[in-house]
Every structure is written in structure tokens, then in C-alpha cells.
Design a protein around this ligand. Structure first.
Ligand code: NAP
Ligand code: ZN
Length: 349
């Protein structure tokens, strides 16, 4: 089927309308009419080739909410009309140990990501959710709980699961002291999810003026990271820190705020650290610095069901498809509360 989307044609060009074909349904496929697509900072990194691996044309978008149009003959879990989600992955090898354990994001052959990859069967490029329709293997389609606001649910598919997965892996609960670095798309979901899990939650931010929002979103304490006295006051405090900052930054001041056995988990910045990490506070307190990539499919469904039960969605600013390039500029200035979501119905306008 021929569909309209928005694509970057190179790292330097603004996103613009682009027509392409989606495959005919295979037996296990679900065809989805896309209703909403969240705008992740990874979309911007990819459109502009920040990671050096972008293939053009590139249609971003991996926070997809839509309605099932039709299903392949072997699909039993979905039917036309169901509200569904698609996140950062659309396939994986499905036979390696991580895949068998439900950690498809760590597939040894690397998962087939929703855009900027190639389908494992026909090798055609994958194109993301800034488009009218998508065709995805049923194993990678999520059920959206009844009652959740559909547009607000879109960012759960990446910002939600990327913060949920470390919260669950490091067993955050009522007695946990958790800190989140950066109040953007991922950061605001982390505040909501960690506080719903019962943790005592702190926000580290470099921006003054986010205090009221942070409190409303679930933070009990706010630390301005540029204020040395505020940083010193939380020395040795946290069991888990989730760092969502997209660009290189100094981790050393944060490591000293970990409690003994605490872990700082990076989900934002990809690349070498500068300045380097000082190992002394890590060795002196069995502290760890770790990383985490999105989450598995079963874990994503668990997070959606938790959000359904607790009525958690993202705080969003809805935009028209034509506003995407301005939205990227505003995201670079942290001028969004707290996730742009594209109303895909505007694509044809
Ligand atoms: P975002 O909405 O732009 O938020 C990032 C926040 O980080 C900002 O709001 C700001 O918060 C802080 N920040 C921004 N630039 C900074 C800088 N130069 N120094 C210090 N702090 C800075 O981005 P997002 O969509 O949440 O994504 C965050 C990162 O996670 C991106 O790099 C994205 O690619 C990555 N990501 C990773 C995964 C994964 O699986 N690991 C999944 C999705 C996204 P304050 O103003 O409060 O300081
Ligand atoms: Zn993302």
C-alpha cells in the first residue's frame, strides 16, 4: 500500500512530505492506521545523523498509536478496530537467548528498529510513525488499555518503556530513593512512573523554573545541578539515578550522590564520556554506572497495563505534521511540556 509520510532526505534538510510503499500483509502482520506519533529526541538525533548511522530517506517516529485496519491470516490477538501501539522495534531474530527471555531490545543480531533499519525478510527499509499507516509483525504490536487517552499514550511506547525498564530491573519500590537527571520527555515519564511505584523521587535539573511542574509530576525534591551546595546536600543518597541527558556531560558529580550499592543508569547520551569517570567513589561504595536500552515487548505491555491501571499518560503538546521542523528546534531548547505528539490526521492537510 502506498502511504504518505514525512522524511528527512539528508542530515541538513528539513523534514518534508515523502511517499513510499508499505508491504502487503504477511500471515503474522497487522496493518495499522496511525492516529498519533510522539516526537522523541532520538528522532531528531536520527534525522540529523548525530549517531553517524542514518540512512536516507529517513521517516522517524517510534511512539505510535493507531487503529488496526486488517490482520494477516495467522493473527489471532488483534482484529480490525483495536487500538494498538508500536514502539522502537518492529522485529528481532526471535531465537537468540535475549529474544527468548523477552529482551528483544538486546537481540544478538540487533532488533529491527522501527525506522533506519531493514526488514529481515525482504530487506526493504523500515519507515517510522510520521506516516499514515504501518505494517508490523503481531509479536511487536502492543494492546492499549481501554480508557487511556490515545494521544497521551503515544510517548509511553518509547519514553515510558525506556524509563520503566530500569525502574523494574533495579527493583524500585516503596523504600527506594530514585533520582532523575533532566526534565524532558523521558524525564517526566520517569518522575510519573517512579512515584507511582512508591519511590521517593528527586529531580536533577539544570533549568530554573521547572520546580512546580516537577512537583506535580511526582518529584518530592528538586536539585539544581549547577548549585554546588544543593549537590553536596544529596551526597550518598540515591539507590538509582536515571540519566536522560542527550549530550555529553560530567557524570562525576552525580556518582557521588549515589548511596552504597547505588547505580547510575544512562539512557540518554550515547558515546564516550568527557570528562572521564573517577573510579574512586565507585570503588569506595560499590557504586555502578550502567546503561539501558528501551525495554522488551512483554515488559512494554506490563508498563502499558500499569499505566492503564494508574491512568498514567504523557503530558503532551499536540502538533500538526507540518510543524515538525519547528518542534525539533524547540526540543533542542527544552521548550516542550513535555512531549510533542503529532496528530497524524493533519498529514494530508
Ligand atoms: P528531551 O525531551 O530533549 O529531554 C532532555 C532533557 O535533558 C532536557 O529537557 C533537559 O532537562 C536535559 N538536557 C538537555 N540538554 C542538556 C545538556 N546539554 N546538558 C544537560 N542537560 C541537558 O529528550 P528525550 O526525548 O527525553 O530524550 C533524552 C535522550 O534519551 C535522547 O538522547 C534520546 O535519544 C535518548 N533515548 C534513549 C533511549 C534508550 O533506549 N536508551 C530511548 C529513548 C530516547 P533539564 O532542562 O531539566 O536539565
Ligand atoms: Zn525514542
Amino acid at each position: 500500500m502506498n502511504v504518505l509520510g514525512y522524511a528527512a532526505q539528508s542530515a541538513q534538510e528539513a523534514l518534508a512530505p515523502f511517499r513510499f510503499d508499505r508491504r502487503d500483509l504477511r500471515a503474522d502482520d497487522v496493518a495499522i492506521e496511525i492516529l498519533y506519533c510522539g516526537v522523541c529526541h532520538s528522532d531528531l538525533h536520527s534525522a540529523r545523523n548525530d549517531w553517524g548511522n542514518s540512512m536516507y530517506p529517513l521517516v522517524p517516529g517510534h511512539e505510535i498509536i493507531g487503529r488496526v485496519l486488517s490482520v494477516g491470516k495467522a493473527v489471532t490477538r488483534f482484529k480490525a478496530g483495536d487500538h494498538v501501539g508500536v514502539g522502537c522495534m518492529v522485529d528481532s531474530c526471535q531465537h537468540c537467548d535475549p529474544c527468548k527471555q523477552g529482551h528483544e531490545q538486546y537481540c544478538v543480531e540487533f532488533p529491527i528498529v522501527t525506522y533506519n533499519a531493514h526488514d529481515k525478510h525482504d530487506h526493504t527499509p523500515t519507515y517510522g510513525g510520521y506516516s499514515e499507516k504501518i505494517v508490523v509483525s503481531d509479536k511487536f504490536v502492543l494492546k492499549v488499555p481501554d480508557g487511556l487517552d490515545l494521544a497521551g499514550a503515544a510517548p509511553l511506547l518509547c519514553a515510558g518503556i525506556t524509563t520503566w525498564s530500569p525502574l523494574r530491573h533495579w527493583k524500585v519500590g516503596k523504600n527506594s530513593k530514585v533520582a532523575i537527571i533532566g526534565l524532558g520527555g523521558l524525564g517526566h515519564m520517569a518522575l510519573k512512573l517512579a512515584s507511582a511505584l512508591g519511590a521517593d523521587v528527586t529531580l536533577f535539573t539544570r533549568s530554573k523554573g521547572k520546580e512546580d511542574d516537577a512537583t506535580r509530576l511526582g518529584a518530592k525534591h528538586i536539585v539544581l545541578s549547577s548549585d554546588d551546595a544543593q549537590m553536596a546536600a544529596v551526597h550518598g543518597k540515591f539507590d538509582l539515578i536515571i540519566d536522560t541527558v542527550p549530550y555529553v556531560h560530567d557524570l562525576n558529580p552525580y556518582v557521588t550522590t549515589l548511596a552504597i550499592n547505588g547505580t547510575l543508569v544512562l539512557v540518554g547520551y550515547l558515546g564516550e564520556l568527557d570528562p572521564m569517570l573517577n573510579t574512586v567513589p565507585m570503588i569506595m561504595g560499590r557504586k555502578a554506572v550502567a546503561g539501558s536500552l528501551i525495554g522488551g515487548i512483554a515488559e512494554t505491555q506490563e508498563m502499558l497495563d500499569f499505566c492503564g491501571k494508574h491512568n498514567i499518560t504523557s503530558d503532551i503538546e499536540m502538533i500538526n505534521m507540518q510543524e515538525i521542523n519547528d518542534a525539533y528546534e524547540r526540543m533542542l531548547k527544552s521548550d516542550v511540556k513535555y512531549r510533542f505528539v503529532i496528530d497524524i490526521a493533519t498529514l494530508k492537510a
